[in-house]
Design a protein around this ligand. Structure first.
Ligand code: NI
Length: 224
């Protein structure tokens, strides 16, 4: 599995056969390294309806004839916009042609930018070719992350560290400990002034609990 970071919470997963976009925030993302018209995908998984996560989901799905995988209410919205969507809900998993997707809880709010109800926010566990990737989504720290770590051997996790809207550095370090992720990528920070955060401080603290931290610049790829 290859993970390419595109700034903020936008991550592209490449299985070699399929491309899956998580939280494709391109329009309005000052740190994004790609243009909407250049992005190819087979599936799009937004973690909730907020503009900086749902982002360009509709446009990308239309251009690529891709399927959106989302919580029920958000999937219904996508369908109403003329896009193929697969509805799921928290705690449920489904095996797609590229691998298995499970939605987890996330403590966060959710609505579309125009105020449309979008169901709950959630995290995503992808299990592809025997490897497990956990995208925590926008969330505060929660104790049930321990359960995620007990039930799944997480190889790589993305954790928000920007504070204000999500976990900050210290809560995210505790999250890495709870999830027992071998490697963590910090996301959702420095995009805007309100979520400025010290990724190097996060890295030091993660390494002090015996875990690996990879700080990714937009355009960089991690293979595992
Ligand atoms: Ni959000």
């Amino acid at each position: 599995m290859k993970i390419k970071y595109h700034g903020h919470a936008f991550v592209e997963v490449d299985t070699g056969k399929h491309k899956i976009l998580l939280d494709p925030f391109i329009t309005g993302n000052p740190n994004c390294d790609v243009k909407l018209e250049d992005v190819k995908c087979d599936y799009v998984i937004p973690t909730h309806g907020h503009g900086d996560n749902f982002g360009d989901t509709i446009e990308l799905a239309k251009r690529n004839n891709a399927t959106v995988i989302a919580i029920y209410e958000l999937a219904n919205y996508c369908t109403s916009q003329g896009v193929n969507a697969h509805p799921m809900n928290i705690g449920g998993a489904y095996t797609f042609p590229f691998g298995r997707v499970k939605l987890t809880i996330a403590h966060h709010s959710s609505s579309l930018p125009d105020g449309t109800y979008a169901g709950d926010a959630y995290g995503v566990i992808l299990t592809i070719d025997g490897k497990t990737f956990y995208q925590a989504g926008d969330t505060g720290l929660f104790y049930d992350m321990k359960l995620i770590g007990e039930m799944h051997k997480v190889d790589v996790a993305c954790m928000p560290i920007g504070d204000d809207f999500t976990m900050g550095v210290d809560d995210a370090v505790k999250a890495v400990e709870f999830v027992n992720a071998a490697t963590v990528i910090p996301i959702h920070y420095d995009t805007f002034d309100i979520i400025k955060s010290d990724a190097n401080d996060f890295k030091r603290k993660v390494e002090s609990i015996g875990k690996k931290c990879v700080i990714m610049k937009p355009g960089e790829v991690l293979e595992f």
